[in-house]
Structure formats: C-alpha cells, structure tokens
Design a binder for this molecule. Structure first.
Ligand code: AMP
Ligand code: MG
Length: 408
C-alpha cells in the first residue's frame, strides 16, 4: 500500500481521472442537440431529452394489496359483518355501507368509508356469508395509499436518464406512449493497420484478424450509438486523409491502432496537418497512448490497437464521453470494493485494470494480462483496479468494475 504523502512514480503520465475530466468537458461542449419523439417500444437504450413529470397520482386511488375484506375498523365490534359488495380490480366501488364489509381483490379500489383491508386467510366466512375477523386490525393495513409511488407534478425521470426496461415500464405506468429522446450519436469506427484482415478471409504472412472492429461496433450498438463502419485503414497517409474526409457527417471518429508514435502513425500526421491533435500518455494499463483531436471539426479519438488496451480505454474513457455527449449525467461505472485474491508485489506507475472475476467473494485475475490477450476479458467478469504506486497482499481491498456495467 502506498502510504499517504509518498511521492508517486507516475511522472509525466496523465492520470486517468484527468483524461476523463478533459474528455467529459469536450463532450459537454458538443452535446447532441437534436431530439425526437419515439414510441416506448423504440426508446430502449436511448437517452431521455426532457424531464418526465408525472401527470398522475400513482396509484390514482387507494387500492387493496390483498385478496380479502375491506371494512371500517370502528364497525368491527367482534360481531359478524355482512358482505355488502364485491370489488374486483378494474371496478369502481360503491361507498362502503356502514356496518358491513366488502369482498375485495388485489388491485381493486378501496371503497370510501373503509380504512382497512384484512387478508382472506384471517377472515372466517360463516354459512350465512357473514364474516368474522380473527386477528387485530389496524388502520391502513393492506391499503396502498393514493400517490404512494408518485404524485401529479413530481419529477420522475430527469432529462439525461438512459432508458432501459425499468424506465420504460415506469413511463408506461404514467400513461406515456412516447418519449422525447436525444438523437443517436453517430460514430465512425476505423481500424488502422496494414496487418489487418477481416474474418472470413485467408491470412497472409504477417497478417492478423481484425478483432477491434466488431468489438467496438457491437459495443457501440449497445450504448445506443449509430455505427458507421469505416473499415480497415491501411498505414498510408493519403488514404488516411481521404478516408477521414469521407467522415464529415459523423459525431465522432473512433479509430484503433497507430497511436504509439511509431512511424506508422498516419492518423496523427493527418490530424496534425488538417486538424488538431493531442497525444496523451495515460497512466493506464493496458493502454497508454491516446489520440484526441479533430479532423475538419469532427472529434477524433484514437485508441491503442492492442485489443485489451482498446477494451479498457473504450470502457473507461470513450464510453463516458459518448454517454455525456447524449446528455447522460451519471457516466461513471459503479465500482465496488472486494478483497483481492492475489498478491501484487510490484507497484506500477500506471493504474492497472486487470481482467478478473469474483470467486468465493475475492477477485482473482486471469493468468495472462498481456494487452494483446483479449481472451483475458472473455474469461473475466470485471476489471480489477490497482492504483498506481500500489502493492497488494491477498485480502486487501481493491475496486472491481463489473463488465456488465461497462458493456451496456
Ligand atoms: P498499433 O497501435 O497500430 O501499433 O497496434 C498495436 C498492436 O495491436 C499491434 O500488435 C497490432 O497488430 C494490434 N492491433 C491493432 N489494431 C488491431 C485490430 N483492429 N485488431 C486486432 N489487433 C490489432
Ligand atoms: Mg498499427
């Protein structure tokens, strides 16, 4: 553990939280302005563009939480009560006749005059159909009060909420048939590298299959983005420039590879010549080099090409950026603390995101954490965060971010 105050070894590397803050600032100033109305069935995965205010009390009237009998407690003096009406869900009851009870079913409106519902298991029905109550009764029991969930005028879902099954169900319960949502972010995905070949084709000498393309495209779909698959970009300046020029109408150009300041960094050269380029060296592992810039005004993020680096920098930096561009406020994934099930004897100068899983309440890590090994993440349930300059012995707590949290 790094004792407080001990100087770190991070040096000139940019801390992850600084990079994230900068990206979020950029996203904030280029939020997607267009909005549209969609029927609920088409709104899954979209972002709410305006506050959803309740136009109803929910429930709209007091209703029964049980199958049983509604009565006024003062009427129950130990004598048998006759049943004066039967109320099913979906029916409008009569006011309760004094000195009687009402047969009532779950979800049915409680008649005016009744102040309690007793479940049928605690009621004894006589041969003449009058009812005896076997247990003490209390005011309000088994009645769901009007407006217990929400009342007219209450803010139920703020603008910027991501709409999933639960939010859509809630909107439906308020009677909304359509919701105002933000237009999808249009993201062009570019894979750079002369060595890349698409699956389905034969592999020549020195070639590898392009895994980042499908990884990013399918992830972006999950995040509610419109994906423009801009294919493989060879390591060549004129093609790079020409391909970037074709992508004028997107909200983000997202590339992988070619960011390691090597000789093959043609994306960087094109941005420097006709746009704007910052090369960030991040205190993150896997990952480290990140290209951030603009080409003819279109934002560009260039992720490192090794698949596990692509995954981690997309998950922790690009995902929040894309969500914020759609106006989402809560963009950071939930982290929880778990005991490490491994030792980490050598402190690093970058924040490590180890591909790990939970076993018997402890985080264990995949045996090979190389940034080229995507299989580590397929094995994993989450990312185990080990802070820079930190060593660990098993049993000490680390942060764990579930992959399920990051992938949606
Ligand atoms: P680069 O950043 O271009 O130097 O790439 C770093 C490493 O990631 C190299 O081993 C590349 O072959 C590999 N790589 C780059 N892009 C991809 C991709 N789309 N799919 C799989 N591996 C990639
Ligand atoms: Mg490359």
């Amino acid at each position: 553990m790094n004792p407080a105050g001990k100087p770190g070894k991070t040096g000139s590397l940019m801390p992850v939280e600084v990079a994230l803050a900068r990206l979020l600032e950029m996203a904030e100033s280029s939020k997607i302005p267009e909005r549209l109305r969609l029927p609920l069935a088409q709104a899954e995965g979209r972002v709410l563009a305006e506050d959803l205010i309740s136009t109803l009390d929910l429930p709209p009237w007091p209703n029964s939480a049980m199958d049983g009998y509604a009565l006024r407690i003062a009427d129950w003096t130990g004598e048998l009560l006759p049943v004066s009406q039967k109320i099913f869900a979906g029916q409008a009851p009569e006011p309760l006749k004094p000195g009687t009870c009402a047969r009532i079913f779950t979800g049915a409106p409680v008649p005016s005059g009744a102040d309690c519902v007793e479940m049928q298991e605690n009621a004894e029905v006589q041969a003449d159909e009058r009812v005896r109550f076997l247990e003490p009764l209390s005011v309000g029991q088994n009645i769901r009060p009007q407006g217990q969930e929400t009342t007219v005028g209450e803010l139920v879902l703020p603008a910027g909420t991501r709409l999933g099954p639960i939010e859509l169900g809630l909107a439906a319960s308020l009677g909304c048939a359509e919701l105002e949502v933000v237009r999808k972010v249009r993201v062009a995905v570019l894979s750079t590298g002369d060595e890349l070949v698409e699956p389905g084709q034969g592999l020549g000498p020195g070639q590898i299959y392009n895994s980042n393309r499908v990884l990013l495209c399918s992830w972006l779909w999950r995040l509610g983005c419109e994906v423009i698959d801009a294919g493989i970009l060879p390591d060549n300046l004129s093609t790079t420039r020409a391909r970037l020029e074709e992508l004028k109408d997107v909200d983000l150009i997202l590339s992988t590879g070619g960011v390691s300041v090597g000789e093959a960094d043609f994306l960087g050269i094109a941005l420097r010549e006709e746009g704007e380029l910052s090369l960030w060296k991040l205190a993150i592992k896997p990952g480290k080099p990140l290209t951030v810039g603009h080409f003819h005004g279109v934002p560009v993020i260039g992720l490192p090409g090794n698949p596990a680096s692509t995954l981690v920098t997309f998950a922790l930096l690009t995902r929040p950026y894309l969500l914020r561009r759609q106006g989402v406020k809560e963009v950071e994934p939930l982290k929880f603390q778990v005991p490490a099930g491994f030792d980490w004897p050598k402190a690093g100068n970058r924040r490590e995101y180890l591909r790990g899983r939970l076993e018997n309440g402890r985080a264990i890590i995949y045996k090979n954490q190389s940034s080229g090994v995507l299989r580590s993440a397929a094995w994993a349930d989450g990312l185990v965060e080990v802070l820079e300059d930190r060593t660990l012995v098993a049993g000490e707590y680390v942060s764990f971010i579930a992959l399920s949290e990051l992938l949606g």
